[in-house]
Write a protein that binds this ligand. Structure first.
Ligand code: UD1
Length: 427
């Protein structure tokens, strides 16, 4: 298996291009199932999860073509067309490897009136049930059965009737599934306490570009008036706010000065305010956001929350940054029950972190020392990269496939701003 090797201690300086957002891409791709016309997505990141989703779409009868993809380019353009659905089944083998596969449930049900999707099961950061996906679809008229590890959903008469659903807790994925399902309903669907993440706004804007009627975009109440059919569209995937935030943490821990090119400040206010809390200079530029730091990071107090709160997907990276801070930082994880898997690995590099239930106290230490480390999920892996960039000596990050799921050409981007980092291929 590949490894990433970092010799720490280099200040990051320069410009880092921010890719298209993974989490937006994974909800825009299934929109291709909603119409028989082509959906062209621009700025699609080159990531293992995006490729995996493309293969799932292919299995359902969607043809995908990629244009203009020179190896030196970031991002790709993909045209996906589902002239006819050839299957309405998302099998276990695919869904267990990529949780986001569950996002074909809503579109398949909307287009074909039925869908059979494997239950995803647990994952490294928690149980992650899908009950809210199913309850929202039921509220719109779907009949749902669970058998042999699969969800079978049927829309009586071939189309969802419409209805209203209030989410008891905010769920990004369930909001996405419900939105896509609702777009082709016979009646009107209302979602209350819906997720407001920028990726949801991106999905709504794409659906509108395809002819959907969605009101309340960016708010917690979404009203979708179903239409008889959707048409094709060309849509540009938003910038990855989590990737941008991750490189910002890397800049702070190395006392660097970087411009996150393409990042949008209004989509990542909570991250920017946390960076300012740590003492970083954060300013909007014509082409992105500049993050600069001198001296040690000041302690931060951060609690994860649904958007516009501080993102759970940024917690591990800020924790890595705080390990070299000038005092004690306090983190509280409120979204996922098992999201401190990076802590024992960071401890191998000399960090002082005390986890008590949902909270973690990070006492800044004077130095980190490189070590062989590995992580069990994507953002945890990134926290090890961030720590490695500032550690003395060599850090070897194993299980690089996690990073390949979510960071487009990580080592190239970091090399270009001065990091001593390389990928060692297993051959
Ligand atoms: C998405 C993101 C992920 C991010 C998360 C929270 C994608 C592909 N993934 O995941 O990177 O960390 O949002 O911002 O976009 N829940 C239920 N029942 C459900 C669904 C969710 O109880 O049916 C709970 C979850 O266990 C969790 C909380 O709701 O505690 C939020 O999860 P959710 O927003 O659904 O996360 P995902 O969509 O899976």
């Amino acid at each position: 298996m590949d490894q990433i090797v970092i010799r720490g201690g280099q200040r990051l300086k320069g410009r880092i291009p921010i890719s298209g957002a993974k989490n937006a891409a994974l909800t825009l791709l299934p929109c291709a199932l909603l119409t028989d016309e082509p959906l062209t997505l621009r700025n699609l990141p080159r990531l293992a999860d995006v490729d995996g989703f493309g293969h799932l779409l292919n299995q359902l009868g969607c043809s995908t073509t990629i244009e203009g993809s020179r190896p030196e380019d970031f991002g790709r353009v993909m045209t996906a067309r589902t002239t006819t659905l050839t299957s309405t089944v998302a099998p276990y083998d695919i869904v267990r490897k990529m949780r986001a596969s569950i996002l074909v449930l809503g579109p398949l049900l909307a287009r074909a009136g039925e869908a059979t999707v494997s239950l995803p099961g647990g994952c490294a950061i928690g149980n992650r049930p899908i009950d809210l996906h199913l309850k929202a679809l039921e509220a719109f008229g779907a009949q749902i059965e669970l058998t042999s590890g699969y969800v079978k959903a049927v829309a009586p008469g071939g189309r969802l009737a419409g209805g209203k659903f209030t989410f008891p807790v905010v769920s990004v994925g369930a909001t996405e599934n419900a939105l896509m399902a609702a777009s082709l309903a016979k009646g009107t669907c209302v979602l209350e306490n819906a997720a407001r993440e920028p990726e949801i706004v991106d999905l709504c804007n794409c659906l509108v570009a395809m002819g959907a009627h969605v009101e309340g975009i960016g708010t917690e109440t979404l009203t979708i008036e179903g239409v008889d059919r959707l048409h094709g569209a060309t849509y540009r995937v938003m910038a990855d706010r989590i990737e941008a935030g991750s490189y910002a943490c890397a800049a702070v821990i190395t006392e660097g000065d970087v411009e996150l090119v393409g990042a949008k400040a209004d989509e990542m206010e909570a991250t920017l305010s946390a960076l300012r809390q740590a003492g970083a200079t954060v300013e909007e530029t014509k082409t992105g956001i500049r993050v600069a730091m001198s001296g040690r990071a000041q302690p931060v107090t951060l609690s994860t929350a649904p958007y516009p709160g501080f993102a759970t997907d940024m917690q591990a990276q800020f924790m890595a940054m705080a390990t070299l801070g000038s005092g004690a930082s306090l983190f509280t994880e409120t979204i996922f029950e098992n999201r401190y898997m990076h802590v024992p690995e960071l401890a191998r590099m000399g960090c002082d972190i005390d986890v008590r239930g949902r909270s973690a106290v990070v006492r800044g230490v004077d130095r980190l020392v490189g070590a062989p480390v590995m992580a069990t999920d994507l953002r945890a892996s990134m926290s090890l990269i961030i720590a490695g960039l500032a550690a003395q000596g060599t850090t070897e990050v194993n299980r690089v496939y996690h990073l390949d799921r979510g960071y487009e050409r990580l080592e190239e981007k970091l090399q270009a701003v001065g990091a001593d980092i390389e990928r060692i291929s297993a051959g």
